[in-house]
Structures are given as C-alpha cells and as structure tokens.
Design a protein around this ligand. Structure first.
Ligand SMILES: *Cc1c(COP(=O)(O)O)cnc(C)c1O
Length: 379
C-alpha cells in the first residue's frame, strides 16, 4: 500500500541534497572540530559555513548562532539561560497557554526554582491579546517567550507587535520558531526578536540538531557543563554532519520559499474547503489565514479521534490528533482546551500537515476517505 505522509509538523524526511552534503562528515571528514590538524579544521570550517547559512536565513550575525541537539534543547537554553543570567534583574517570565511542552515544562521547572510565570490566554483562533501581554508586564519581568507558530493548530502570532512591546519595556523576547522556519520569512531585526529556537528535522533536515539565535550583548548561562564548544555556551563535541545538514536545509528552505509556500497554501485551502463542504459538523481549528501554509486541524463532532487515526493508518495515511507529543493520551490537548473547543469536538480533532512531497492526488484520496469513513466512527 502506498503511504501518504501528512504529519510534517511532527517531522520531515531529509532532502536528498541535504543528505548528500552530510554524508562526507560521517566517515571521511570525521575530525573533531576542536582539533588543530587538517581534518579537524575541515569540520570547523563546515560548522562555520552552516552558521553563515543560518545567519543569512534569519538576518543575524553568524556569531549570534549556537548549535544545539534539538528544538527542545534550544528552548531550554533560551529560557533557563536568560532566567539564570538575569535573576538579579527579576524573576518574572511571560509565555502563553499554547506553547510546546519544551517551553511549558521548562517554565514549570523555573517556577519550582522560584521564578514566576504568567501564561497568556489565547482567543478562539489561538491568537494572544497584545493588551493582555502589555498589562501583564511587571518591574520584575525579564523575558517574554511566545511561539512564532503553533504546532497543533498552525496559528501565527503577531510577532512584530510582540517584539515592539518587549523592546519598549526593555524585556528580552524569545520565540520558539521551530514550526515557522521554512514556512514564514523571518528577519530577527525587523521583527525585534532577541532569541529564536529552531530544529532541523522540521524543515527537511536531520533529527537531533537544532540552533538557538541569541542577539549579541544578551547574557545567558550555559545549562550543560563541559568543554568550550559554541563559545563556551553549549558543551559537547559538535554534531558536524547534523549541523551541515541543518545549514543546507535552511538554505534550501528559503531559496525555494515562494514556490513552496504557494503550493502548500493552495493544497491546504483546497483540503479545508472540500472537508467543510462535504462533511457536516466539521470545524476548523486555528486562524483561517494567519496560519502555517501546510497546517490543517479540523474537528469532527462526536468522532473518536484515536479510532479515526487507526482507520487512516489502515489506509496508508499518516496524520495526527492534536500533536505527536500528546497523542496516545486521551486528554484533549492543552492547545484545544485553551482555544475553548468543547470536548465533543476536541476528541475528534485531526491534524493533517501537508509537505513538499504531497500532491493533489494525495489530498483527494484523503478527502474521499474522510468523506466515506467518518459515519462508522461517530460515537
Ligand atoms: C517539534 C517542536 C519542538 C521540539 O523540537 P525537537 O527538535 O523535536 O526537540 C519545539 N517546539 C515546537 C513548536 C515544535 O514543533
């Protein structure tokens, strides 16, 4: 059976061109980037190239880019790093109720360590309220961390406006841009972003490598002790092949940006309109237009989401209910709760995230399957 993959928010396949760049760094150019001999220097040079590729993609300086092991580590390093280094200035952090667990759980840890965290509400589309953000700022606020785009419902936040508020109050602004890289144009200066997390496997790069951008001059503490790698901010021998892959993947993502964006947006809107037309009691979650080009999240009233996923899997479809991190548990996701979705809808939500290799034929197959298969799944 043909597998049709519609879970690009969970992970993506490494592109051929990316893999090709990575391969020499496994067993040919395997030198430690900290070593002085030639194969070590080659590894160092490859990492430098990737740092430039990242810097070019988000308009920062190469020295403002720190490589990590994943998006989760970047989030941890941003929040804990800034919180620990700035505790003399204050202990208050502002975030939202719809962040990825990498932010949510880091905030929970910081609360146990004496930090105070405000979790902003979102409206029915998943957007924060800028006035509520401004009202929640205190003398002790040191950091605002708001995700660029949500991994479950795809809603894109008003990042520039958030950045302006943060700047006006002289508070650092971090954004988890793991879902946004490759899907939204990002200029950290224009958007007033001080720290930004990314992860290669969400934009057709390898798993196990991420990056954190930190604007120069911002103090942050390292959270992993050891060697002096990454300007003494992230100990551990560099994942050279992975870093090379991240660099190539981000370069490709912005090289083909317009074409990719247009293709995904078209397929997304086609899928949404067809489902709304053909299936009664289907409800789109997330903002209709301020959303990631490949993201759809639709709730089918009274349908058992877990059964639906199984049925789709039997027919070669890979999709998700809520997010990969929460599927398997029966609680509705914290994101769907935050947008106020009633339980009879939340239980039957289906996240279909479209990517580069999907075709209209794939989407038509899925629409047909949903159109004929849902009746048997209604509770
Ligand atoms: C996937 C994801 C992460 C975690 O990235 P990993 O590289 O898998 O650790 C963090 N935030 C968001 C929004 C994500 O989608």
């Amino acid at each position: 059976m043909k597998i049709r993959y519609f879970d690009h928010a969970a992970t993506t396949a490494v592109k051929e061109e990316v893999l090709k760049e990575m391969l020499p760094y496994f067993s040919l150019e395997y030198g430690n980037a900290s070593s002085l001999y030639s194969i070590g220097r080659k590894s160092k040079k490859a990492i430098d190239t990737a740092r430039h590729q990242v810097a070019k993609a988000i308009n920062c300086e190469p020295k403002e880019v720190y490589f990590t092991s994943c998006g989760s580590e970047s989030d941890n390093l941003a929040l804990k790093g800034v919180a620990y280094a700035n505790k003399n200035k204050g202990n208050h952090i502002i975030t939202t109720k719809i962040e990825h667990p990498a932010i949510m759980q880091t905030c929970a840890t910081l609360e146990k360590q004496g930090y105070e965290v405000t979790y902003l509400n979102v409206d029915k589309d998943g957007l924060i309220n800028l006035q509520e953000l401004e009202n929640s700022i205190k003398d002790t606020t040191i950091l605002i961390s708001i995700m660029f785009a949500n991994n479950e419902i795809g809603t894109i936040q008003p990042i520039k406006e958030i950045g302006e508020i943060a700047k006006r109050h002289q508070i650092f602004f971090h954004t988890d841009a793991v879902q946004a890289i490759g899907n939204v144009r990002i200029d950290v200066d224009y958007l007033n972003i001080d720290l930004l997390s990314m992860s290669a496997h969400k934009f057709y790069g390898p798993k196990g490598v991420g990056a954190l951008y930190v604007r120069k001059g911002i103090e942050f503490e390292r959270i992993q002790d050891g060697g002096h790698q990454e300007k003494n901010k992230r100990a551990g021998t560099e994942n050279v092949a992975g870093i090379v892959g991240l660099g190539k993947a981000i370069e490709l993502a912005y090289k083909n940006f317009d074409q990719y964006n247009e293709k995904l947006t078209k397929l997304r809107d086609y899928y949404i309109s067809q489902i709304e037309e053909k299936i009664p009691n289907a409800k789109l979650n997330g903002h209709r237009t301020k959303r990631l080009p490949g993201n759809t999240n639709i709730s089918f009233k009274g349908v058992d989401g877990q059964l639906l996923l199984l049925k789709l899997d039997e027919n070669g479809i890979c999709a998700s209910s809520g997010s990969a991190c929460t599927s398997g548990s029966l609680d509705p996701s914290h994101v769907l709760v935050a947008i106020g979705l009633p339980p009879e809808y939340a239980q039957g939500s289906l996240r279909v995230t479209i990517g580069d290799e999907n075709t209209k034929e794939d989407v038509d197959y899925l629409i047909k399957l949903l159109g004929t298969g849902l009746n048997s799944l209604t509770k």
